[in-house]
Design a protein around this ligand. Sequence first.
Ligand SMILES: *[C@@H]1O[C@H](CO)[C@@H](O)[C@H](O)[C@H]1NC(C)=O
Ligand SMILES: *[C@@H]1O[C@H](CO)[C@@H](O)[C@H](O)[C@H]1NC(C)=O
Length: 299
Amino acid sequence: MLLGASSLLLSITLCAGLAPKGPWDAFNYAPASKLVRPVSVRSTHGSVVRAQRLVKDASAKATFTGNSSYVVLDWGKEVGGILSLTINDATPASQFSLSFTESPQFINPDRSDDSCHSTAAGDGDGVQSFRAPLTKGLLTQTIGQQRGGFRFLTIVSNSADPLTISNISLAITFMPHWDDLRAYPGYFFAPDPGFHDVDFLTKLWYAGAYTVQTNTIDAHEARLQPCPAAGGWANDASGGPVEGPILVDGAQRDRVFSVDYTIDSYFASDYTAPTTVPTDALLFRLIPEQKKRDAGGAA
Ligand SMILES: *[C@@H]1O[C@H](CO)[C@@H](O)[C@H](O)[C@H]1NC(C)=O
Ligand SMILES: *[C@@H]1O[C@H](CO)[C@@H](O)[C@H](O)[C@H]1NC(C)=O
């Protein structure tokens, strides 16, 4: 197993604290801030005036004119949390919706990729709609409305009347117990000159570490089951018999319990629980613990 092999190569700091700085930091996917913004406009359809401004600075505005006009914003990587935007101008008839997807394959102004409503096409989640009349000012999703994992956000006008917005941001909710998402205690760096991508193993390790982070959520932000009958999703259910952060199976969809227990238990080793895994067991902590055990010390 790849991760098993990587752990053999892992360089670790034996004392508690942060990993030393080094070339490996360039591979750390975790954002420097828990408040992130979209990084580029992937596409626009219909009429979205000055759409590029939505990724330039927080106060720059874009205007949708025309029913079904939409913009697709790319956040550059998987993110998850509570979305906010400012409604600067709207008529009494302006209205809009949001749709979300992890993969560009599911970009669609009318649908989000599956987290709650499973369909053969994989796009059963619908949209989050904000109906007329809108209230000007800052609009923020509730905890339940948050998407656990997405990279692409589509904002679509559902009215012929204009709508002007700005200040799109996301308050990341995963790893609720860490202020600095990049502050890994361990690090990994294993250039392989014999492979076409010399950094392949290093990238794998950091992708795995970030995946564990995105799957580590507050115990009260799990996916509601059964899903809301009216459509959409709800991510404010209880995820466990435990308090504190839990490690779930997937940031976007499997915010429930660790079905792939054999995989998760590699990360979570000896901190087993029947349906959820307390995140004391995260990879970042496990590796030094494992090392201690391998060396004959008590973990
Ligand atoms: C912009 O969004 C942030 C949240 O990211 C919020 O604190 C701020 O008040 C907003 N600004 C305006 C002008 O609405
Ligand atoms: C907007 O377009 C959609 C799809 O064509 C249509 O179903 C809807 O009635 C239109 N809404 C308005 C307010 O014109």
